[in-house]
Design a protein around this ligand. Sequence first.
Ligand SMILES: [Zn+2]
Length: 284
Amino acid sequence: MQRRHLVLLALGTAGGLPLRAAALGATALPDALAVPGGVALVDLGPAPTRPTARLGDRPVMVLPHAERAGDWVAVVGISLAADPRGRQVLAVHGDGGRVRELKFALGPKAYAEQRLTVAPKHVELSPADLARHERERVHLGQVLQRFNRAREPATLRLLVPTPGPRSSSFGLRRVFNGQSRNPHSGMDIAAPTGTPVVSAAAGEVLDTGDYFFNGHTVIVDHGMGLLTLYCHLSAVDAAPGAVLEAGTPIGKVGATGRVTGAHLHFSVYLNAAPVDPALFLPAA
Ligand SMILES: [Zn+2]
């Protein structure tokens, strides 16, 4: 392993060309954007074995550095709620129980805000719906904390899960009748009901369900805290535990859950934080 990396390193630096991680077999990384809702790539330096790292109480993904053999990089999802005025603190656990703190700064990011005034019946849930939503919120919160060390993502460059125009509404803050809602945690892709939806990368189906807000939903675990979520499906063609290749059909676009029209809601989670899917997808 060590020797192969050294050979690749020599190839990559010959002629002074930047190393193409994908071409050399290292895991291709998403675009780095250290802002709330973005992805920070934090250099952990050299270590004889893969260190573990945590941000707060969450484990984060650690991968071999693409360009420097023996070095490691943490791929950190930044919560939309993170305060860019404070430094983020990564706790890195190395050999022999050694723990060090690595601090990194965030840049600011202004997400749009949408203020809507609607009839109360459109935003206030019945006691039964509220109870259902609360159960589902707890369940999904647990599912999305999954951190599977046994699976290392083959790539963090994702496939577009369904063809169609993509919204840039990730992070949009919505205020209904003066009350703040959770910011929009994904990307909406407009497509007619029945359009096939495929897994954005290789992985394992972690959860499926019919949820109050999300409708028919599939969640795929790609390993080390990288999950993708597909919502409002008209049909689900995947069962929990199924192992998928990148591009395997998992369902069809629909308008289930609380939506006004057919589209795919697509979210990407890293260390339980929803991050901007556009950082992982080819340019539209
Ligand atoms: Zn959406």
